[in-house]
Design a protein around this ligand. Structure first.
Ligand code: GDP
Length: 431
């Protein structure tokens, strides 16, 4: 049995969808353990394009069981929309193949309303959330007023829970000058949700532990990236959940010993969406070029992503936090055609050298990266299916990253297509 955790090792958008799809073929179970409807897998079934944000992409492999763990927050309307889209594409989801945790919390319309009302009130200082209510839903988890799938079966109990939640949320909405919510409408909508989703609701942690006990390979699918972790990321410019690998155990409901392997996905360069520190950011023609060549525009918002050189202090920090056993290096093809490629190997700040991302807000804002310059390469890498098929300078780049981070590269991705990658090590191999 292997328990493979796949995490973004940067600020998200590392190409997780493609890497998870690749490994999902070899797993009997794929589990989402944090975040909401913000993963993104574009699946093409018989020429029919379906984008999944919540349902793990393993759903297209007929034998793979997909689970949404207790660490996730789930907008039931978005989930039903995905299940309907899959059904329309001919993929019928039986309860044996899709498990929804009874302990997962719901993202309600009131959460999205809070998200949007705050952004409107913040005006130019808006942090640019996706406006789906994921942050406010997580706030309600720790504030103990959230609604879980386990709460939907008993209308009297649910009414009490909703009243408590709306009491606080309506105060805030009214204060922000936004419309408030009524219990009745929500109760009715949630009864319909319960009717449709109840067959899928179960104890996900138990199902995963049982499968592992039978020797099944489990893939734990992370969302966002390590540097957006609510505690360990570039606080306060972070997401609202724990994105590091250890979160896979908590967010699934299993012990940490089931997590046997951890692959961190990193682009061959860096990007970041929205505000927050970004030590290796490029404000020049090279940054523009990375953005154009890598199509670095937000998947939901279309906003241009900030681009920069690969940041090894940040990647080392991610390797330590996640206990990475392998790296998946994506978008190596995007660097093709540059005369020289630079990599930040350390930071300097006030006469001190840092080999990992600092926590001090002034330090993280003001550090000066120390760069090493490596020779560039030319040519389309998209057809490479082996390390030897890469130009020598590209191979050298891969070896340099591996050496500097101290983690072996397990997979290299060389183009947007599903097949445009190759493995250097198999995380599911028996050992
Ligand atoms: P995710 O949210 O982590 O899956 O990342 P994104 O949505 O930003 O990345 C997915 C996009 O990057 C998709 O359009 C992929 O086709 C593309 N992509 C993934 N890997 C590669 C690669 O190695 N090279 C190139 N050029 N594109 C890639």
């Amino acid at each position: 049995m292997r328990g493979l955790v796949i995490v973004g090792a940067q600020w998200g958008d590392e190409g997780k969808g493609k890497v998870v799809d690749h490994y999902a073929r070899r797993a009997e179970m794929v589990v989402r353990y944090q975040g909401g409807a913000n993963a993104g897998h574009t699946l093409v079934v018989d020429g029919h394009k379906t984008v999944l944000h919540l349902v793990p992409s393993g759903i297209l492999h007929p034998k793979t069981v997909c689970a949404v763990g207790p660490g996730c927050v789930v907008d039931p309307r978005a989930l039903l929309g995905e299940l309907d889209a899959l059904a329309a594409a001919g993929v019928v989801i039986e309860p044996e193949r899709f498990l929804l945790s009874e302990r997962a919390h719901l993202v309600l319309p009131v959460h999205a309303a809070v998200d949007r009302a705050r952004e409107v009130a913040a005006g130019r200082d808006a942090i640019g959330t996706t406006g789906r209510g994921i942050g406010p839903a997580y706030e309600d988890v720790v504030a103990r007023r959230g609604i879980r799938f386990a709460d939907l079966g008993d209308p009297a109990h649910l009414r009490g829970r909703l009243e408590a939640l709306l009491f606080e949320r309506n105060l805030l909405l009214a204060g922000l000058g936004a419309p408030t919510f009524e219990v009745e409408g929500l109760l009715e909508a949630l009864a319909a949700v319960h009717a449709r989703l109840a067959p899928f609701v179960c104890d996900v942690g138990r199902a995963v532990a049982d499968a592992a006990a039978r020797g099944a390979h489990i893939l734990f699918e992370g969302a966002q990236g390590t540097l957006l972790d609510v505690v360990h990321g570039s606080y306060p410019f972070v997401t609202s959940s724990a994105t590091v690998a250890a979160s896979a155990a908590i967010g699934t409901g299993v012990g940490p010993r089931l997590l046997t392997d951890v692959i961190g996905i990193t682009k061959a360069y860096c990007t970041r969406v929205g505000a927050g520190p970004f030590p290796t950011e490029l404000d020049d023609a090279i940054g523009e070029r990375l953005r154009a060549a890598g199509h670095e525009f937000g998947a939901t918002t279309g906003r241009p992503r900030r681009c920069g050189w690969l940041d090894l202090p940040a990647l080392r920090y991610a390797a330590r936090l996640n206990g990475l056993t392998g790296l998946a290096l994506t978008k190596l093809d995007v660097l093709s055609g540059l005369e020289a490629v630079r990599v930040a190997v350390a930071y300097q700040w006030r006469g001190r050298t840092w080999d990992e991302l600092p926590a001090d807000p002034a330090a993280i804002r003001e550090v000066t990266p120390i760069y090493e310059t490596l020779p560039g390469w030319v040519g389309d890498l998209g057809g490479a299916r082996h390390l030897d098929a890469l130009p020598e300078a590209a191979r050298r780049y891969v070896a340099f990253v591996e050496e500097a981070v101290g983690v072996p590269v397990a997979l290299v991705s060389v183009g947007p297509g599903r097949e445009a990658l190759f493995e250097l090590a198999d995380p599911f191999a028996a050992r």
